[in-house]
Design a protein around this ligand. Structure first.
Ligand code: AGP
Length: 589
């Protein structure tokens, strides 16, 4: 997810564009840049870093009235000056900024290089200005349309040409793009926060539409037919903060509702996981290392491998770095998992592991983060920026990446039959829609949260790969509601914790329809016999989830628990986005 901006009018474009980028930084913040028309040409200023840092160091034109800008969330190509947007063609005739993923960029790039185009970055985006250059024969709009039609994947694009300083072209497919209507000036942005201080009147571009934006006119056309389209002008009621959350009350809720996309995006990494699995099969010992929520994803991976007869260990970073490392050697593979890629205990564990000559691969969300730079290989989850301190969508991205990795390793070792493998992969591709069904039950979950909001303790129980689901569910309540919650393997209740159960204590039982369903039932009966309040998570539970392969249940069953924790927090009048004592990334020991 990146932030795009454009301005055309009578005021100073670069200054306005940087103000717009600041309000889009929640969409991505590893690098930024502006391109603006001045002295008969397009000037580009861009660099790695946050918008304010770049703004300080850039020489911004004063007499420019036209420009585009971009704040990046890296997907293809590490965060760097070369990879930051905007990007230009060979002769700096055309300059563009892009949000999305061009799936066919490799073949386009190869063809362009064969035809002697020179590339300066490793991004998928850079093929776009070169395509425009290739199709250009005097008409910017026509060349732009032909270029965009060559693209497969998702895109929101803004483009300027030094031969046409009176217009900005834009096009959209699956990545958001809006036009803010001013008086003698117009604004373009990925999202409404960027334009709200200037105007509340917007046009929303729809998929496969493109536009020609001038300072006194906006024309929208159908990308396929070229026919002009009459678009509704909308009046935005939100304030800026609401707009950044796209109308959700908190980033955490927005990010829970992005969980279907987080699963889809992680599925794009299947080729990489197959490649890494080919390396992992050569190692005698496998260790997962992570902290907090990521450590529960690690535990799920441990159970997944065991399901296919492959032993491994899942250790939290603060323990791994001082204990586990003593037993590592060159026959070991370490898989580090981290949303931020900046967690000190995880990074330290990896550094220690490398000293012992272990092979290290990491599963990370933030492209180019510290952990990625000390790993032999990286599997990106592509979950997009996760702003809320409590991790939600990134956890699902980790689970999907690790599920693909474990299945691929099981196949490499001949421990899974091809038919079952294909069945699971089919079901995995259906998970986003199943998550959507759970999210549609939001109202029921909110009501349950209202009933539970004053409870003083919660129990979460699960078995095998849903024990980590219990751990994650419990952590979420602790993190954002400040209420104690215990997570146990369900079979452990009778070995002590049962003494804590009494009238009204909530026990949340994660119970998929698998071969241990009856065992779970007995554990639930033990709790019910002590008058605990039982909340079943399952296909016919109080927290209902659709049918799925039990192997994928950790991905689906955590969704109602994320929502439950969120609504208990808000019912208690707390701010789930900024929980006390916690930070989004724990970069200290
Ligand atoms: C999860 O909700 C917490 N914010 C915390 O446990 C987090 O998962 C942990 O600090 C690890 O962070 P990382 O994934 O960025 O390494």
């Amino acid at each position: 997810m990146c932030g795009i901006a454009g301005y055309i009018g009578e005021r100073n474009a670069p200054e306005i564009l940087f103000d717009m980028l600041k309000r889009l930084e929640y969409r991505g913040y590893d690098s930024a840049g502006v391109a603006y028309f001045a002295h008969g040409r397009i000037l580009v200023s861009k660099d790695r870093g946050k918008v304010n840092d770049i703004r300080k160091n850039l020489n911004l034109g004063r007499e420019s009235k036209l420009g585009i800008a971009h704040t990046r969330w890296a997907t293809h190509g590490e965060p760097s000056r070369e990879n930051s947007h905007p990007h230009s063609d060979c002769n700096s005739q055309f300059t563009i900024a892009h949000n999305g993923i061009i799936e066919n960029y490799k073949e386009l790039r190869e063809g362009l290089i064969e035809r002697k185009h020179r590339f300066l970055s490793e991004t998928d985006t850079e093929v776009i200005p070169h395509l425009i250059e290739e199709f250009y024969s005097g008409n910017f709009e026509s060349a732009f349309v032909k270029a965009v039609k060559k693209l497969r994947g998702s895109f929101a694009i803004v483009a300027i040409s030094k031969s046409n300083p009176d217009m900005i072209l834009l096009a959209r497919k699956e990545s958001p793009l809006i036009i803010g209507l001013g008086d003698g000036e117009n604004f373009i942005a990925s999202d409404t926060p960027a334009v709200l201080p200037e105007t509340r009147r917007i046009i929303i571009l729809d998929d496969l539409e493109y536009g020609i934006v001038k300072k006194n006119s906006v024309t929208i056309k159908d990308l396929e037919t070229g026919d002009e389209i009459k678009k509704e002008i909308r009046e935005i009621e939100w304030d800026i903060e609401e707009a950044e959350k796209e109308g959700y009350e908190h980033f955490m809720l927005k990010e829970i509702f992005e969980e279907p996309n987080a699963v889809r995006n992680a599925l794009n990494g299947i080729n990489k996981t197959e490649e890494i699995a080919g390396k992992l099969k050569n190692f005698n010992r496998i260790y997962f290392v992570a902290c907090g929520t990521a450590s529960y994803a690690a535990l799920v991976a441990k159970y997944l491998l065991e399901r296919f007869g492959i032993p491994s260990e899942a250790i939290v970073g603060s323990e791994f770095r001082y204990s586990t490392v003593n037993s590592l050697g060159s026959d070991c593979a370490v898989i580090a998992i981290s949303q931020s890629g900046e967690t000190a205990d995880t990074i330290a564990s990896v550094k220690e592991a490398r000293k012992k000559l272990a092979y290290v691969t990491s599963v990370v969300n933030v492209v180019g983060s510290s952990l990625t730079r000390i790993s032999d290989d990286v599997i990106y989850t592509y979950s997009g920026p996760e702003i809320a301190v409590a991790s939600t969508k990134a956890y699902l991205g980790q689970l999907v990446s690790l599920t693909l990795l474990c299945l691929s390793l099981a196949r490499e070792k001949g421990n899974i039959n091809e038919q079952y493998m294909n069945e699971i992969l089919d079901d995995l591709h259906k998970i986003p829609d199943k998550i959507r069904q759970v999210l549609d039950n939001e109202g029921e979950i909110k009501k349950l949260a209202e009933k539970l909001k004053d409870k003083k303790i919660f129990f979460y129980i699960g078995r095998r790969l849903n024990y980590p689901t219990a751990l994650e569910g419990a952590l979420k309540i602790k993190e954002i509601s400040y209420v104690h919650a215990e997570a146990y393997p369900a079979g452990e209740l009778k070995h002590g914790p049962l003494a804590l159960l009494e009238e009204g204590v909530p026990v949340i039982a994660i119970s998929p329809n698998d071969d241990l369903k009856e065992k779970m039932e007995s554990n639930v009966q033990e709790a019910r016999a002590r008058n605990a309040t039982i909340i079943m998570v399952g296909e016919d539970g109080d927290l209902r989830v659709p049918v799925c392969d039990p192997l994928l249940s950790p991905i689906l069953y955590i969704v109602p628990l994320h929502l439950l924790a969120y609504y208990i927090s808000t019912a208690k009048g707390l701010d789930p986005d900024k929980p006390r004592n916690l930070a989004k990334s724990v970069t200290v020991e």
